[in-house]
Design a protein around this ligand. Structure first.
Ligand code: FE2
Ligand code: FE2
Length: 287
């Protein structure tokens, strides 16, 4: 399995973006993706940390290069999502408390729990299995969101940011999984990793969405019916996400699963090449 080894520096200008309701009237979808966006700079460093810790144990040179490529891409995602914070701050959201709480959960609590695992090899594999699980969810969201990226939403930097991020997630979607397997990770721990990442994904996103709503109570109250209807459409009626995500979950649990089987790389590469200007390729083999 190979991937294109490009790390791109892309800047998205959120200073001129007028509203955080960039996919209106898809109010729930907007809220959910805004919630992910806010959390990017909290979650991406965790993925990088676990992958960096695994690097010295990777015996295969090609796989080590792919792992470095993932780390370099995730670092650029972290910075690009941090730029998006400006939009929320300008539209009246204070993110400080949310960021402090989520940082505590991801950095302190997870770290403390992982340190409880006495066996260092098992500790490393547990972290990697959680990273592989998180990468599976990010890739799943990218693949299942494809039909939502339609032209009438265009001309908002959030669309470009998410499309570029999704494209790179497609490029490195199998790396954490392959590293986990290379280091001898088994099926049971792999499934536990998915469970842990699912719980954290849901918890952190719910926290982020609730916080964004709580910051603008009057507007949130007005939007509430639209959010509710859109949530039902998104999960069960129009987009069938509850069904698609259940399938993704079951696929990952299957012993023969490999992330490279599910790809949407071509669509996203094409979307980004038409939409995002100033994509600057960085070091081809990041160290
Ligand atoms: Fe990422
Ligand atoms: Fe990733």
């Amino acid at each position: 399995m190979t991937s294109s080894r490009v790390v791109r520096r892309v800047r998205f200008d959120f200073t001129a973006a007028r509203s955080d309701q960039w996919a209106f009237p898809r109010a729930f979808l907007t809220l959910m993706l805004n919630g992910f966006t806010v959390l990017g700079p909290i979650v991406e460093p965790f993925l990088c940390r676990e992958m960096k810790a695994a690097l010295p144990r990777i015996q295969d040179e090609e796989l080590r290069r792919r792992a470095r490529h993932l780390i370099a891409q995730e670092h650029t995602h972290e910075r690009a999502h941090e730029d998006a914070w400006a939009l929320f701050q300008r539209t009246g959201h204070s993110l400080d408390l949310l960021l402090r709480a989520t940082r505590w959960l991801v950095d302190d609590l997870v770290d403390r729990v992982v340190r409880e695992v006495a066996n260092p090899r098992l500790r490393g594999l547990l972290g990697l299995s959680a990273v592989a699980g998180a990468e599976h969810w990010i890739a799943t969201l990218t693949v299942t969101a494809r039909h939502l990226f339609i032209p009438r939403w265009l001309n908002h930097p959030m669309v470009d940011l998410l499309a570029w991020h999704g494209m790179e997630e497609m490029e490195h979607r199998a790396v954490a999984f392959d590293v986990y397997r290379h280091l001898g990770g088994g099926e049971g721990l792999r499934r536990l990793g998915l469970l842990l990442s699912t719980v954290f994904f849901v918890l952190l996103t719910a926290m982020s969405m609730t916080w964004l709503l709580a910051q603008r109570p009057l507007r949130s109250l007005l939007l509430a019916p639209l959010i509710l209807v859109d949530m039902l459409c998104f999960l069960f009626v129009v987009d069938w996400m509850a069904f698609r995500w259940t399938v993704a979950l079951l696929r990952y649990l299957h012993p023969g699963f490999h992330p490279s089987r599910f790809s949407d790389q071509g669509f996203w590469a094409d979307f980004v090449s038409r939409r995002v200007e100033g994509v600057v390729p960085l070091d081809v083999h990041p160290t």
